[in-house]
Design a protein around this ligand. Structure first.
Ligand SMILES: NC(=O)c1ccc[n+]([C@@H]2O[C@H](COP(=O)([O-])OP(=O)(O)OC[C@H]3O[C@@H](n4cnc5c(N)ncnc54)[C@H](O)[C@@H]3O)[C@@H](O)[C@H]2O)c1
Length: 252
């Protein structure tokens, strides 16, 4: 019950890693507001988890939606302590092939979306006298892969944003950290496999790329998010923690 008395917002909480975050905070006594553009999955999850979990349909590409999420945390649960910036999209394309719409969608969602959420929600943390922010970056923000320049640029920017905000918000008692997952089995990757001709070969090669020999599960990332958000991490800020089965330490 380490999150008893804490209110948490999670963006993109209807599926994947975001959903595991919602589940873990709720299971440990927190009150959770989460948003997503997938209304059906979000409403079903909130129904399943009960009265301490509230869902609102919200797009991180719209500041007004993030403001509505912050208002809901305040009106329903009386304030806000923890922000989990999670919603993102995975669109690939080599630098001279990716079109402007695809590029802009990635940056608008995966980078500016995190700013919008913090713009709307950080004032509530200040009002509480402190809190924690956990940003979902990626190993793609740390090392290079073929064909993902927009996604990697956004994830690298999240690392810089995390450090910057950690300094700016430290005096307000707000810690800001990021997690950098390797490949995690979520709808984001299931979609990539569906669209790949030889999906099994891709799955095998991605499994092999992780020294641990397999993909991660969403709950393995959510456990780290929960730790960084909790009081157990009270002296950790501006940190980027990998959760990647060793993917980013390979030298070959
Ligand atoms: N899955 C991985 O391998 C992996 C690896 C590294 C980092 N990450 C990061 O972890 C986070 C979660 O990834 P995931 O794999 O669970 O993704 P996912 O696609 O499985 O789930 C993302 C959720 O966000 C929602 N969403 C998408 N666009 C949105 C928007 N504009 N506004 C609000 N909600 C929106 C989706 O509807 C979905 O419910 C992302 O930031 C992702 O970049 C994932």
């Amino acid at each position: 019950m380490e999150f008893k008395g804490k209110v948490i917002v999670v963006t993109g909480g209807a599926k994947g890693i975001g959903r595991s975050c919602v589940e873990i905070f709720a299971a440990r006594g927190g009150q959770v507001v989460f948003s997503d553009i997938d209304e059906a999955s979000g409403a079903a999850l909130a129904d399943r988890l009960g009265n301490d979990v509230a869902f609102l349909s919200g797009d991180v590409r719209r500041l007004a939606d993030m403001e509505a999420m912050a208002r809901l945390a305040e009106t329903r649960f009386g304030g806000l302590d923890i922000i989990v910036n999670n919603a993102a999209v995975a669109l690939n394309g080599v630098i001279d092939e990716i079109d402007e719409e695809r590029w802009t969608t990635v940056i608008d969602t995966n980078l500016t979306g995190f700013w919008r959420t913090m713009k709307a929600c950080v004032p509530l943390l200040r009002r509480r006298g402190g809190g924690a922010v956990v940003n979902l970056s990626s190993v793609q923000g740390l090392i290079g892969f073929q064909g993902w320049p927009a996604y990697a640029a956004a994830k690298g920017a999240i690392i810089a944003l995390t450090r910057q905000c950690a300094i700016d918000l430290a005096k307000a008692g707000i810690r800001v950290n990021a997690v950098a997952p390797g490949t995690i089995m979520t709808p984001m990757n299931e979609k990539i496999f569906e669209e790949t001709e030889d999906a099994q070969a891709l799955i095998d090669s991605w499994n092999r790329a992780h020294p641990i020999g397999r993909f991660g599960q969403p709950m393995e990332v959510a456990e780290l998010v929960a730790f960084l958000a909790s009081d157990k991490a009270s002296f950790i800020t501006g940190e980027i923690v990998r959760c990647d089965g060793g993917l980013a330490i390979r030298g070959e």
